[in-house]
Design a binder for this molecule. Structure first.
Ligand SMILES: CC(C)(COP(=O)(O)OP(=O)(O)OC[C@H]1O[C@@H](n2cnc3c(N)ncnc32)[C@H](O)[C@@H]1OP(=O)(O)O)[C@@H](O)C(=O)NCCC(=O)NCCS
Length: 403
């Protein structure tokens, strides 16, 4: 069998890396200048066989909202192995090295298949809800819409106005990834080939009484005429409205589009407030799936950089099969104003692996959930309840974008 080597990519390998990932995912990559500028070769690993790239993984430099903070998180993407080289441990080598290399205390990703990443200590940390809404039944939010309250922006205007709103959304909800200016440009790119028969992207905004934009929705329509008449489809790609009035007005507008029968939205949280606004919540067909997966790569740093719902002092005995320095006991102490997490010789209150820490990291899954399967073991009576309450968060995490 040939010898596989793993190394850091070079800038000139942008196309080759894209081709391996595109081949693995079965899409035709369309490399462009923005993609090239966003390529971080020094944060990309390639596996080569006889000099030819056969496997890739990339880490993007981005931040992420976590309970009470916005932190650096390695955004892992582009994981692909040529079909001719599958099941020979190529991905395992790439992901193992990547997790040991990344300087951030956590790595996050969207998984194409849930069976892939658990073995590397990743865990689903946020659930996402995909909605398909029957617009004839839903009973949209009502209330008058003030003239001038809603409007549309060009891409150039949106690039100036929308970043602030996403940052405000990060302050409200864990799981939301930040976007640099380049990432915003990429996000708002609207290549006709990528529209899948839908209209160009509409950038809908809501303005408060002073005229400031306090919410936006990115959406597209698709004409559909059936024998009984129009049954158009509305696809909402992103809706960010930190302000409650904006949130209601944007949904009211989108749920009442003329000629339309169906609305799709793929990035709802499990506690999405939309359910409170409609008269018939059962007209929103809901499918819950994994949203963001989290891998804690540096236990003390990761636990120190988020906040906790209630004060806590707990000694965690952590195991990690990939990153040696994460093994051992750590005392986590947190109150309203400070958090510390340090190595200790004290007896453990809870035993768990790094995967359960990842699952609970965004506040969306309970540590206690894992006691039932023995993945978290309570060593000190009462510690599980206290730690579960502290790791929880009042707002469910969700990622609003597949990266
Ligand atoms: C998923 C993928 C990267 C795996 O690469 P690979 O080099 O074959 O993986 P490895 O050989 O290192 O596999 C390690 C283990 O994971 C398992 N595994 C790999 N891919 C899996 C999958 N899709 N589902 C379930 N298990 C999988 C292997 O069976 C192996 O298990 P074992 O250790 O018990 O034998 C590759 O198959 C691929 O490119 N798939 C299509 C693209 C894709 O889904 N990428 C992920 C994007 S998030």
């Amino acid at each position: 069998m040939s010898e596989i080597e793993v190394r850091t990519a070079e800038a000139a390998e942008f196309e080759a890396v894209g081709a391996v990932f595109g081949g693995a995912m079965m899409f035709e990559p369309t490399p462009d200048d923005l993609g090239r500028q966003l390529f971080e070769p020094e944060r990309t690993l390639v596996a080569t066989d006889d000099g030819r790239i056969v496997g890739t993984t990339r880490a993007l430099t981005r931040d992420l909202s976590v309970p009470g903070a916005v932190v650096d998180a390695a955004h892992v993407t582009g994981v692909g192995v040529r079909a001719t080289h599958r099941r020979r441990g190529v991905m395992s080598r790439l992901i193992g090295q990547q997790l040991r290399d990344v300087p951030e205390a956590i790595a996050v990703l969207w998984a194409s298949e849930p069976a892939i990443y658990g073995r590397f200590g990743y865990a689903a940390a946020a659930w996402g809800t995909a909605y398909e809404v029957d617009l004839h039944r839903v009973g949209p939010p009502d209330g008058p819409i003030r003239p001038g309250e809603l409007g549309e922006l060009t891409v150039e205007e949106a690039l100036k106005e929308l970043p602030t709103l996403l940052r405000r959304a990060q302050e409200q909800r864990p799981g939301v990834s930040g976007r640099s200016e380049l990432l915003w440009q990429k996000h708002l790119q609207d290549k006709p080939d990528d529209r899948g028969g839908r209209t160009a992207r509409q950038i809908l905004v809501h303005r408060d009484e002073a005229g400031s934009i306090d919410g936006y929705a990115l959406w597209r329509g698709k004409m559909n005429w059936i024998p009984t008449g129009p049954a158009n489809e509305v696809q909402v790609e992103e809706l960010v409205a930190p302000d409650a009035t904006a949130y209601r007005a944007l949904w009211q507008h989108l749920l009442t589009m003329d000629l339309s029968a169906k609305l799709g939205y793929g990035y709802g949280a499990v506690d999405e407030p939309l359910l409170q606004l409609v008269r018939t919540p059962t007209a929103l067909d809901r499918r819950v799936g994994e949203s963001l997966w989290v891998r804690v790569t540096d236990v003390p740093q990761a636990l120190q950089q988020r906040r906790y719902a209630v004060p806590v002092e707990v000694v965690l005995d952590v195991t990690d099969a990939l990153i040696e320095s994460n093994n051992g006991r750590f005392r986590l102490t947190a109150d309203a104003s400070s958090v510390s997490c340090e190595r200790t010789d004290a007896a453990a209150d809870l035993s768990l692996s790094v995967a359960e820490l990842g699952a609970a990291y965004l506040g969306g899954r309970q540590l206690a959930e894992f006691a039932a399967t023995g993945r978290v073991v309570e060593q000190t009576p009462g510690a599980l309840g206290r730690a579960t309450a502290a790791f929880g968060w009042p707002v469910a995490p969700v990622s609003v974008e597949i990266f």
